[in-house]
Design a binder for this molecule. Structure first.
Ligand SMILES: [Cu+2]
Length: 343
């Protein structure tokens, strides 16, 4: 009888915990109390938190511009509304086997590229679902109370409505501005804000490159560098472009800790518009140097097909991931100048 009861209890326990063996074999990612990110298939005792990993596709990010929900005021002003959600508990595998606690705007690093035309009214519904205070601080022109510095937004659902006119024309960063600032930026709370001129720029194959660094061991030095977060990504997945087609790159340097970064293009030179505020290029070069949050617009066309590198000429950065390839194909179309002239 006792044996029978034991068997019944035994089977009940197995029935109650059918996934026990699955849980043991499925790796989990979590953050320890010391801040280290660990993946294990073993039992996690008292984790700080356990989360799933974030997937980020740099190729999708590259040409993804968000224009918001568009409406119009009675006076004809275009209104663009965005909802941006901050979180700080996500883990991303930034390089094979390297897990990093990313803090995200709308689930990615960088956050979504926000794009508007000069004079549009921007409404950014900011929701902080993180555990810490966060804000959105836009570079550009706006009232003091919209600056995202002295109005920290509390975690666990805190909200703030940023409302301001888009300007000036150019490419600007946005980022969290809560102290310690360095920590909030290096974990990934930043993105790109493009303000187009009312008279549109020439048609082009447009792309965004955020230059970033990853301090995966929390020693205030970067272990990896990248264009768009994943080290070596565009070297393994070259960016496909065409000969005789205008390429426009919005480049923003968000690397912390190292005072400078730079951008070298192979087999070509580019016209460079610092901050993108002027419609006439300031330089024709194959090398620009960028300090923290320095940014600009690069424009170029390739005449010859083939593979061309682009990378930091600070070789340490390129050897730690900030390197990519443009794969240039022969363009059957007329070149951009002919298309513009309509000949
Ligand atoms: Cu923050």
């Amino acid at each position: 009888m006792i044996l029978l009861i034991s068997l019944v209890i035994g089977f009940s326990v197995i029935a109650l915990f059918p996934t026990f063996s699955d849980a043991q074999s499925e790796p989990k990612t979590f953050v320890t109390h010391s801040g280290a990110v660990v993946q294990t298939s073993g039992e996690i005792i008292d984790p700080l938190y356990a989360v799933s990993t974030v997937d980020f596709d740099p190729m999708e990010y590259l040409r993804n511009f968000n224009y918001g929900q568009v409406s119009e005021l009675p006076d004809g002003t275009v209104v663009r509304e965005f909802t941006i959600i901050a979180e700080d508990d996500k883990i991303m595998e930034v390089s094979p086997g390297v897990f990093y606690n990313v803090w995200t705007f709308n689930g990615t690093v960088p956050g979504p590229t926000i794009r508007a035309t000069e004079g549009d009214l921007l409404r950014i519904n900011f929701i902080n679902n993180g555990s810490k205070e966060h804000t959105m601080h836009f570079h550009g022109i706006h009232p003091a109370e919209m600056d995202g510095v002295f109005e920290p937004v509390g975690g666990n659902g805190g909200r703030f409505l940023y409302e301001f006119e888009a300007g000036p024309v150019g490419v600007h960063p946005y980022h969290c501005h809560v102290m310690p600032l360095e920590e909030h930026i290096v974990h990934g709370l930043y993105g790109v804000f493009i303000v187009d001129p009312k008279e549109e720029r020439q048609p082009a194959d447009e792309m965004i490159m955020v230059l970033n660094g990853l301090d995966t061991d929390f020693d205030t030095e970067n272990n990896f560098y990248a264009a768009n977060t994943i080290p070596f990504y565009y070297q393994h997945h070259p960016i496909q472009i065409n000969t005789n087609e205008l390429i426009r790159v919005y480049v923003v340097n968000m690397v912390e800790f190292d005072p400078i970064n730079n951008f070298h293009l192979h087999g070509n030179l580019y016209k460079y518009y610092p901050t993108g505020t002027d419609l006439v290029p300031s330089f024709y070069t194959d090398m620009i140097t960028l300090s923290q949050t320095e940014r600009g617009i690069m424009e170029f066309e390739y005449n010859y097909p083939g593979k061309y590198l682009f990378h930091a000429h600070k070789v340490e950065f390129s050897e730690k991931g900030w390197v990519g390839i443009f794969l240039v194909s022969e363009n059957s179309k007329k070149n951009t100048q002919e298309l513009v002239r309509g000949t």
